[in-house]
Design a protein around this ligand. Sequence first.
Ligand code: HEM
Length: 451
Amino acid sequence: MDQAGSYSTSTTPLLLLLGSLTLAVSLFVLIGRSSHGRGKAGLPPGPPALLFLAKFVALRRSIFDLGPLLVDLHARHGPVISVRLFRTLVFVADRKLAHRALVQGGATFADRPPPVDPTRMFTSGGRDISSSSYGPYWRLLRRNLAGEALSPARVGLFAPARRWACDGLVSSLLSEQQSAVTLRPLLRRAMFELLLYMCFGARLGREALDEVEELQHQALLSVTTFPVFAFFPAVTKRLFGRRWAACLAVRRRQDEVFVPLIHAKRGDGDPPCYADSLLAVRVADEGGRQLTDAEMAMPYLKAVVLEGLRLHPPGHFVLPHGVQSGDAEIAAYAVPKGAEVNFLVAEIGRDETVWTAAREFRPERFLEGGEGHGVDITGSREIKMMPFGAGRRMCPGYTLGMHHAEYFVARMVRELEWRPAAEGVKVDMAETLDFTTVMKHPLRSLIVSRS
Ligand code: HEM
């Protein structure tokens, strides 16, 4: 697909776009200034929009890839900053302010900002759980997901599926015992196949899996790259015609692939899947022995998973939050209706005032006596880390996500020995953005069976 690189393929559209953006931002800032001053609280401080935009465009990446730039801006302007682009963007880097806004503030920041294309297209106009507006429709979908797919009873029914997914992963890893193997594609495929089965109640063949995985990857990448179609969509969809056409093609293919899967007849022996529960909504461990509960409760295993989520959360930001009322405030700064509020998950998890040697991987901190022991991952009492968000829009899949991570890690460590890919090669934890944040140099290892 026409990715970020397309910015450099032709300079004319870029210059035209920058010209239009300059005009739009100048107007927006002027209008904003004249309507400001009237309110009691001012907007949070921040850099001039054009400067921010220039850096943003120069990065040619997603708003979620702005981590280092934002850290710099927060150091200069304080824990809450704002920038006025196609809408007011607010960034919160302080855990106590995040707690006040997301948890103590109740529903104040529980909305989502209206999606712009291509997100609008990929979410059918903001009709999925994560992008729908805070209200009865969102509540209906979220309750259905929690009750019909994520309740402990339902998750329990998928234990055999977890077992075959993990068996497949372990044997793929073992089949490459002769040379170093890259973990990421195999782990991602196993997890993807398991979640697809939980959704559609069917196991897809290799080609179908390849296609679905690629389609979802393209869709997710396109919703996180620079939101160019938020600015004068009629113009930008022409200027970046190839990119827009590629988004439309992915969307069309998603319909062709997913609609038959949703309506397919399920096997009698399969547990009830998520697609069936949605159709009913009306809008008005290894072969021989399973992991025991005691093994799943291994405190050190949990500590490793928690430390991974603290130091390297897959999402460095929660999804953007929105405000429905006009008088929301954060740290006595005004947050206008329609603004987009972002919380810096990674920075909050690496806060030196909470975590000793915050940038080091130390799972022991989650064991008894450590500063992370008994941490409240939901952030309801206080926020020390928030890899799943906090408050009313917090990830509803957090227990399933933790369960899968613990189950897969436990089996991969118990059944396989992980040796360096070559003499002296160390694990490099540098990060890069690929919709979620992933290892820039994926883990490669020589795998040896322990049995
Ligand atoms: C390690 C795994 C996971 C991580 C780190 C994660 C993280 C997150 C984060 C940070 C958010 C945004 C919260 C916010 O905006 O405040 C989110 C939202 C969401 N997650 Fe997850 N998630 C994971 C697994 C899952 C799973 C397994 C499911 C479902 C099966 C799921 C379903 C959702 C949904 C539906 C939302 C949107 C909630 C809403 O807007 O009301 N997640 N997740």
